[in-house]
Design a protein around this ligand. Sequence first.
Ligand SMILES: C[S@@+](CC[C@H](N)C(=O)[O-])C[C@H]1O[C@@H](n2cnc3c(N)ncnc32)[C@H](O)[C@@H]1O
Length: 257
Amino acid sequence: MQNRKIQAAHSSKEFTDDFSGPAGSSSGRIERDSRSWGNPYREIVDSFPGRLFCADDFQKDCSEIDDICSRADELFVEIGSGSGAHLLEVARRAPRAACIGFELRYKRSVRTIQKAQLANIDNVYVFRTRGELLGDVFQGRAIDGVFVNFPDPWEKLKRRKHRVLGVNFLNLMSNMLARDGFISVKTDHLEYYRSFLADVRGDSRFHIVEETEDLFASKYAEATIPTEFEALFRKKNEAIKYVLIHRSDSTTAHRNE
Ligand SMILES: C[S@@+](CC[C@H](N)C(=O)[O-])C[C@H]1O[C@@H](n2cnc3c(N)ncnc32)[C@H](O)[C@@H]1O
């Protein structure tokens, strides 16, 4: 059953790559065994053993990741980690943590590990697969912090089921998040942001501890770690929305609304 779910996730047509069309387009479909795309990043994706996992042997990858987590003091996860700027900085600030990005695109996954190696940051890892699978990856292991930065908004109504953030995500997090763990979200997309906020407010298992619809006009600006997409949106003067969420049974969380 679990294997079928994982296989389905991998053959999904949203499983895209940089050389394909936009995320979610039918032309974005990629076959791991097909060489015809000529994607140089797909060719070298296996060159980073122990750092970049491609889910060719999902159980083996999970077991290696489990070993990595056992050796670390904390576990931070980023879903859609892109080219890794944010994940690398999290790792630099928390050198004893395992910082694991979930990223669909080959190029961005490879670039993340290349950048980590160049910067001698050895606690960054990437799993090139769907973030939705993290429940299968970290079975029973508590996550100390989850970052979702500028997730694809899937604007069209029919495609919204592909959004990473929503009720399913909160259900997953209610099982996976450590008691004092957090979820941090940044996005440029107001409708997506408000819709997710409504999901959080309607869920008694979580509460909001920091929230703004204009991060860089707020007191939270100083502490934020920039991402690649954030830089693009800031250049266009787009307001960045930000929310930090704790579990309601957290020992440190407090209400500030
Ligand atoms: C708009 S980009 C943002 C990248 C990065 N977080 C940033 O802020 O610069 C969204 C990223 O999420 C990845 N992505 C989309 N859906 C995903 C999923 N279900 N699981 C993992 N990664 C996903 C995409 O490949 C893309 O790199």
